[in-house]
Design a protein around this ligand. Structure first.
Ligand code: ADP
Ligand code: GLC
Length: 496
């Protein structure tokens, strides 16, 4: 370890405190992995109401017990608290606000199913409060590492006066893109609320896109270094197909853009000591996996012939994840004799399409429209195959978890899925099934191929063993982030 760095991570989710998707898994693991490299890593999160039971009694943060944050002409009180990420030594700052975070959901109002309409204010408030916390506490990080659009204003505030005033001189920013489709695209008045001057609204300025304010663009344009969550995604987002209108901004910054594959947290996702599953197992003692399958079938009232494969899906039910091609292929897939377990929550149209499909195949399809951490683990453990037919996938974590549980991933070759799963055609190296074209036909052929190999027990067992032996642990990614931080500190940043 050459240099001990001080890093402040800022994000909207972190497992196990607040989770909607993979961002939470990353924030629950990467800070700890960096700590193990010797760095002082702290994490800042909004203090959502749903966290209260999990954090117990947090401590006050001296100097930042209560302070005001202005959004335009309105001032809102903020309180900062300090706790630790459960099961780790990572210190977490929590930003409390009765105006913005004293609600049941994280992004979506559970009662109506609608996203909160004031997210621009919520996350601008949160991000500003985090920067203020740095100033008030005298905590002197080398790097503020921001994640996704909710935190995108921070690099711009750090880069430009007047908001940069009072921040530590050598402070640098890293901005990680987890999902470019969600951008935080807001009306121009947001610039004023966020404390930016008129010049930041000029065409081509860091926070401006198409005459509006774009928080994702702010992060990309203003950060000293940008990372994306897999090498393939880092390339894809520089093209019109995957760039969501930001491809040119990204191309302009390509020399500062690095793709770093996420890791898998084997402290949480490991069949050898997973407390959620019916029977623990490992590649040396693989028999428990069969028990997990029986348990899952029974628990979900499925009647599957003993030699038929069970296919799992755990996913946000959104366009990104390939549910349109899945529903087009669904009836044909069922003719292969397999069973399906689907766990997910998301858009109403996918709830409806999947519900229709499920009722046509009673006893063979289990549809669970819920967020259920325990069932997610049981699906990883009890299924034979795991399907991720994503239209795009920045990294994807479930394919990595699946491999550890000997559940063979069937994935589309995009983003991190392309970087982690090796197709059956590669013989002795293979860990899954990969298809390229985004179509129901290509998806069907991949599952059909998997079905044929499943029937050849020796070939299947060999692939399962190889998949379980894959190592995607976080220490490799943490070492790469360390290199990125060190390089970032060499860059000439803002002159404060
Ligand atoms: P994304 O971040 O795009 O949703 P990832 O594959 O990176 O996709 O991560 C998704 C994470 O969220 C995984 O840990 C997965 O198990 C979890 N997850 C998604 N939907 C559900 C659900 N309905 N219930 C429980 N866990 C879920
Ligand atoms: C995003 C992406 C997913 C990625 C996760 C964590 O939600 O959709 O592919 O794994 O972030 O980086």
């Amino acid at each position: 370890m050459e240099r001990k760095l001080s890093i402040l991570m800022v994000a909207a989710e972190a497992h196990p405190l607040a989770k909607v998707g993979g961002l939470a898994d990353v924030m629950g693991a990467l800070p700890q992995a960096l700590r193990e490299q010797g760095h002082d890593v702290r994490l800042a999160l909004p203090y959502y109401k749903s966290m209260r039971d999990k954090v117990g009694s947090p401590e006050k943060v001296r100097g930042a017990e209560l302070f005001d944050i202005a959004l335009g002409d309105t001032t809102y009180p903020a309180r900062a608290w300090k706790t630790r990420l459960p099961n780790s030594k990572v210190e977490v700052y929590l930003i409390e606000s009765s105006d913005f975070f004293d609600r049941d959901g994280i992004y979506v109002d559970g009662a109506t199913g609608e996203p909160y309409q004031d997210d621009a204010d919520r996350f601008t408030f949160f991000s500003r409060a985090v920067l203020r916390l740095v100033k008030l506490t005298g905590f002197d990080p080398n790097i503020i590492h921001c994640h996704d659009h909710q935190t995108g204003f921070i690099p711009a505030w750090v880069k430009y006066p007047p908001t940069s005033a009072g921040l530590p001189g050598g402070l640098r920013t890293v901005f990680t893109i987890h999902n470019l489709a969600y951008q935080g695209d807001h009306p121009r008045e947001m610039a004023y609320k966020a404390g930016f001057g008129e010049e930041m609204l000029k065409s081509g300025a860091d926070i401006e896109l198409n005459g509006r304010v774009n928080m994702m663009k702010a992060g990309i344009a203003a950060a000293d270094t940008i990372t994306a969550v897999s090498p393939t995604y880092a390339k894809e987002i520089q093209t019109p197909e995957f760039g969501h209108g930001l491809e040119e901004v990204l191309r302009a910054r390509s020399s500062d853009l690095v793709g770093i594959l996420n890791g898998a947290d084997y402290g949480v996702w490991n069949p050898e000591h997973d407390g959620f599953i019916a029977c623990k197992f490992s590649s040396r003692k693989p028999h428990g996996k069969q028990k997990c399958k029986w348990d899952l079938l029974e628990r979900l009232n499925l009647n599957l012939s003993p030699d038929a494969p069970l296919v799992g899906i755990v996913s946000r039910l959104v366009a990104q994840k390939g549910f349109d091609i899945l529903s087009d292929a669904f009836d044909r897939l069922m003719e292969l004799g397999l069973g399906f377990v689907i766990l997910g929550l998301g858009e109403k149209r996918y709830h409806e399409v999947l519900t229709e499909a499920a009722v046509r195949f009673p006893g063979r399809v289990s549809l669970n429209l819920a967020f259920d951490e325990q069932l997610a683990h049981q699906i990883e453990a009890g299924c034979d195959m795991f399907l991720m037919p994503s239209r795009y996938e920045p990294c994807g974590l479930n394919q990595m978890y699946s491999m550890k549980y000997g559940t063979i991933p069937i994935v589309r070759a995009t983003g991190g899925l392309a970087d982690t799963v090796i197709d059956h055609e590669k013989g002795d190296e293979s860990t899954g099934f990969v298809f390229t074209e985004y179509s129901a036909d290509a998806l069907f052929s991949a599952v059909e191929r998997a079905g044929k190999v499943f029937d050849d027990k020796d070939a299947w067992t060999g692939m399962v063993r190889r998949a379980m032996a894959q190592d995607f642990s976080w220490d490799r990614a943490a070492a790469t982030y360390t290199d990125v931080y060190v390089e970032t500190l060499k860059k000439g940043g803002a002159d404060r």
